[in-house]
Structure formats: C-alpha cells, structure tokens
Design a protein around this ligand. Sequence first.
Ligand SMILES: [Zn+2]
Length: 229
Amino acid sequence: MLETLRKQVLEANLELVNRGLVLYTFGNASAISREDGLVVIKPSGVAYTEMKPEDLVVTDLEGRVVAGALKPSSDLPTHLALYKQFRVIGGIVHTHSHYATVWAQACRDIPCFGTTHSDYFHGPIPVTPNMDPSEIEGDYEWNTGQQIIRRFDQLDPASMPAVLVGGHAPFCWGPTVEAAVHNAVILEEVARMALHTVMLNPSCEPVPDALRDKHFLRKHGPKAYYGQQ
Ligand SMILES: [Zn+2]
C-alpha cells in the first residue's frame, strides 16, 4: 500500500516538473492513506531528477517520520493541517507556478470568467488575507494551513480544489495526488486566461451563475454526466 503511494507521490512530483509548474526544488506533492493515518511527502530540498521512491518521507498525522531517511518538505505542517480538516481530500500539491502565483501576490481571487474555470472550480478561486507577523514568526507552515482553513469557512474543498495563499502561491488538492496535480495544471491555465481577460477587458464580469453551475455540475457530483460512465 505505502509502496504504491510512494510511487504515486514520486510520479506526481515529477509531473509538476514535466508540466513546467516548478523550478529547481520549489513545490511539493503529498498523498494520504486514510486507512493507515500516514502521509507520503517529498523530501526537503532534493532535486527532482535524483528522487527515488525510497527518498519520499512517510509521516503520521502529527508529522512524526515513520519511514524514510530524509527530512520531509518544510511545508509538511500545511499539508497535515489540510488533511486533518478536509476529510475528502487524498492528495495535495503546492507549487509557485507563474500565473497562479501572480494572482496570489496581487491578493486577488481569480474570478470565474468562463467554462474552462467552471469545469473544475465552482466559483472564484479564493485568496487568503496576509498573515499577521505573529503567525509568520510562530509556527508558520501550520498557520498557513489554518489561514486556508479559515478562508474555507463557507467553502467546500470538494468543489473548490484550490486556494491562493496571499503573497505566496497556490495549494491544490483532490481525491488522489494525481487529481491534485491535474487541478494544479488547470489552475495555472485558468490563472493565465483570467489575467489576459482582465488585461483585454478590465471591467469583465464573471460568467452567469447558470453557465458556471452547468459546467461544474455536469462533471462533478451526483448528477454528473460528462465523459464515459
Ligand atoms: Zn511555497
């Protein structure tokens, strides 16, 4: 089970490089085995090209390393906070992909301007407010997770599988780590399209709710009918 998960997390991390979402050792992907209460995550600061399945670090939900000789990614506490709070998610991806990060730095939600966005994200992609100095100086990575959780007070992580951390970059998730990578790739494209949309028409309005709902709900939820059954 964990061997499979380690391979999946390695492949997910490599896919982030192949898709151009990470530079050097930026970014990280993880997956959780809910059954075992264990998380598999990228090691800290190891070059992607040299990473092997056994380099991936296995921890419990308190961040204690249970397998692997390397240090886990420094963002582990953010991943753990999200796994604990969002019970529906099975994988998390963090990148500093260019266009999504541009929106995070501008501290702006990404408005839902079209059906590409609506197919994956049910509404504007939320940005978190800046953190207080005490949160930054304290348990920063854990507090980043708490900031995301607070922002999702009225949001459903199953229908909004991404967040922009203000002044930082996106976190994406999904039922599996592969789905989380897929969402990170789509988020980057949606962020790019949205930036160009506001450049071309600064007063552009989001798509009507009916079109947004149609596209999201035909692919997700109990009444989904898109694709092969
Ligand atoms: Zn980061």
